[in-house]
Design a protein around this ligand. Structure first.
Ligand code: RIB
Length: 291
């Protein structure tokens, strides 16, 4: 069984700010750093650091070569990452004193994926292999349909949420992982009653295992039974990539044979370590720290 992550690779430019800038405001930052990110690449890094063999597919420009090198240093196979004559994906991130963030994206290579490229990537995979997807690349509908027809099991993290997600063939998804915003969008309910949200998503997508992550309120899992896992108390430095860490470690735990409850616990531990450090990909803990 192989794991393919077809996902974004971003150059993260992070500004440390006292609060997230508001309309009309000019705000001085106390620091700026450049790092590796992208929801896709972060999830691959988490899988790699967790000790799972993972192939990352995506597209970058010359400016993104360091992203590939960093992924490789975590054991991720990057043979399926392609290059084009344009910029890599970029993320301008503000992180405030409480570790909260806000992110502006430029798609770059992430939005230049061609159907022929998808065909040639998916040729390397077969029935029973996992495919991990997020909503930062183009041609998602094509990728989902094609992977499903091969018999791959698809984990989809519809982040960032936009209404076009509702028209994707979500009945072909095996594991659907959402945060509060994405959960409300999929459920069509504006509420902080998380059991109500996850139940509404499950009713719409009965074939999928559903995971809802809600930051300091922990996480919920719903398939045959509803499981809730509390968040761990931790001093939050930077929440960027916390959800990606959770997803990578949840899937890694399942692949290692842990059940849903134990996998939620490992994913929670991994993401609480990640939020106690600054940065996205580099903040993700190693297998030794989590297992
Ligand atoms: O989930 C965090 C990630 O979202 C960042 O690394 C940024 O690149 C954006 O894709």
């Amino acid at each position: 069984m192989k794991v393919l992550n077809y996902g974004s690779l971003n150059i993260d430019i992070t500004f440390e700010v006292p609060h997230i800038v508001v309309e009309g405001e000019t705000l001085a930052s106390s620091g700026m750093r450049k790092g590796s990110g992208g929801k896709g690449a972060n999830q691959s890094a988490a899988l790699g650091k967790a000790g799972v063999e993972v192939f990352h597919a995506g597209k970058i420009g010359k400016d993104g070569e360091f992203l590939v090198k960093e992924l490789e240093s975590y054991g991720v196979d990057t043979e399926l990452v392609s290059y084009y004559d344009g910029p890599s994906g970029q993320a301008i991130i503000q992180v405030d004193d409480e570790g909260r963030n806000s992110i502006i994206l430029l798609g770059g290579g992430n939005r230049e994926i061609k159907k022929e490229e998808v065909d040639s990537v998916l040729k390397n995979f077969s029935k029973g292999d996992y495919l991990v997807l997020q909503n930062e690349i183009n041609n998602l509908e094509y990728i989902i349909n094609k992977a499903y027809s091969i018999g791959m099991k698809i984990l989809f993290n519809p982040a960032p949420f936009d209404p076009s997600i509702l028209s994707l063939p979500l009945d072909k998804i095996s594991i659907l992982v959402v945060n509060e915003i994405e959960g409300q969008g999929l459920a069509g309910i504006k509420s902080d009653d998380y059991e109500k949200i996850i139940t509404a998503i499950k009713e719409k997508h009965p074939n999928s295992e559903i995971i809802l992550t809600v930051g300091e309120k922990g996480s919920y899992y719903l398939d045959k039974e509803l499981i809730h896992e509390d968040a761990l108390p931790v001093k939050v430095v930077d929440t960027t990539g916390a959800g990606d860490t959770f997803i990578g470690y949840f899937l890694a735990s399942r692949i290692k044979g842990l059940d849903a409850r134990e996998s939620l616990k490992k994913a929670t531990k991994a993401s609480s370590i990640a939020v106690s450090r600054s940065g996205a990909m580099k903040a993700i803990p190693t297998e030794k720290e989590v297992f």
